[in-house]
Design a protein around this ligand. Structure first.
Ligand SMILES: *Cc1c(COP(=O)(O)O)cnc(C)c1O
Length: 417
């Protein structure tokens, strides 16, 4: 049967769910509560019947975005949250119990690391491993291991985990494979392609793309048989096995944490997502060209980008992403004798900012910002030097980006004499 591609599906998704008044976009439903003529309908929403009662548990506008994320991931369903961090916390808090163990990558987003250390305080055990090495993952599996967490392209140093091998290992051991696919986006790689059980996206990044909203999503890929999962609560076992975990995550996490997405946010992210594939193509093309320029340039002593053949996981990235691109993230060390502050302050077009996956190119000195709380010895182990820059490449004209770096370098050198 002919299958439509994601760029087309994204554009027509709302219409096909029969939108009010035949509008092209799902409208903004801003009501905090919903009313019922028959109290039995209100009671039903508290049970198994889909519907809306109070917008902490969802709105029709948020549901329309959830539908788009599910299409992007070819999953069975999704739940949105107020941010990517809320989405990750939702899974960990609702699916793990005290005494459970999980395995996580050594190369993960700093805020996720912070959340995981909080879980340890509550009696959840954790092993931090090198997920670029499947043996390191394998040898850390214990009888009480429930879940393995990885990211697709690690921020800031761009390591690529052995994603498919981890998927096979999780399948073999009936472990939940929870994959943060934010940096790859579904355009480069879907969670299903690596046998992930649950996929998280920080929608704040490339899926929104315009830096106008924060959001996160969890998608159930349908590959994990939740019948086997020991931490599904009795009440949610009433649902078909496939949906149990997502219902538990949705009902419990939105209620317990209250980190709900608003309709306004869902609307902004959904509009941004319409051009996801175009933007990812352009930013990835720019990133490869910029990384190649930087590698040749005397301004940088080291450039890490999965698209360069000097990258340790270049071949792996090529096969995982089918050559479609290598992401928009570059990690580059400024030459030691160039003053970091002076150089960065001379950038005109490239924005000094901490975000990722924006339409604009952003630059951040890593050590004194997102790793300020990490001791220098530990930073060194993670490959984070004092002069490391994280560059999130946008969709500007590539010549303008290169010209900006060149002029900042010239001005920095002039101010030295
Ligand atoms: C930004 C990010 C998050 C957190 O998302 P927020 O929406 O900022 O809370 C999680 N994982 C990765 C890989 C990210 O880049």
């Amino acid at each position: 049967m002919y299958k439509e591609h994601i760029e087309s599906q994204l554009l027509h998704a709302d219409r096909r769910q029969s939108v009010e008044h035949n509008a092209i976009h799902k409208p903004l439903h801003i009501s905090a509560q919903y009313s019922f003529k028959d109290v039995r309908d209100l009671i039903a929403v508290f049970g198994n019947t889909p519907g809306y009662a109070y917008s902490r548990q969802g709105t029709p506008t948020v549901a329309a975005l959830e539908n788009k994320i599910t299409l992007l991931e070819e999953g069975t369903g999704s739940v949105c949250f107020a941010s990517g961090m809320a989405a990750i916390a939702a899974v960990m808090l609702t699916l793990l119990n005290k005494g459970d163990h999980f395995i996580t990558s050594r190369y993960i987003f700093g805020n996720t690391k912070s959340l995981f250390s909080t879980l340890e305080r509550f009696g959840v055990e954790m092993s931090v491993v090198d997920t670029t090495d499947i043996h390191d993952v394998q040898k850390n599996i214990r009888p009480n291991t429930r879940l393995v967490f990885t990211e697709a392209i690690a921020n800031p140093v761009t390591q690529i985990s052995d994603l498919k091998a981890i998927g096979d290992l999780c399948e073999q051991h009936k472990l939940v494979y929870f994959a943060d696919m934010t940096m790859a986006t579904p355009y480069l790689l879907k969670g299903k392609d690596i046998k992930a059980s649950l996929v998280v996206h920080s929608l704040s990044k490339a899926i929104c793309g315009h830096a106008t909203a924060l959001g996160g999503s969890i998608t159930n890929t349908g590959l994990y048989d939740w019948e086997y999962y020991p931490n599904i609560m009795e009440i949610y076992k009433a649902y078909p096995a496939q949906n149990r975990a997502l219902i538990q995550i949705k009902k419990k996490a939105l209620r317990d944490m209250g980190a709900s997405m608003t309709s306004d946010t869902a609307n902004r992210i959904a509009i941004g997502a319409e051009t996801l594939t175009l933007r990812v193509q352009k930013s990835n093309e720019n990133a490869l060209a910029l990384a190649r320029y930087m590698q040749e340039s005397p301004i940088f002593s080291e450039v890490k980008y999965p698209g360069l053949d000097t990258h340790p996981q270049h071949q792996l990235a090529k096969s995982l992403f089918n050559g479609k691109g290598y992401g928009s993230l570059i990690a580059a060390s400024l030459r030691e004798d160039i003053d970091l502050i002076t150089f960065l302050n001379h950038l005109n077009m490239i924005v000094l900012a901490t975000h990722l996956g924006d339409n604009r190119t952003l630059c951040l000195p890593v050590a004194p910002t997102i790793y300020a709380e990490t001791p220098p010895e530990e930073r060194a182990k993670m490959g984070i030097s004092n002069n490391l820059l994280r560059i999130s490449v946008g969709i500007e004209n590539i010549q303008d980006l290169i010209a900006d770096i060149e002029q900042a370098y010239m001005k920095t050198m002039q101010s030295n004499v």
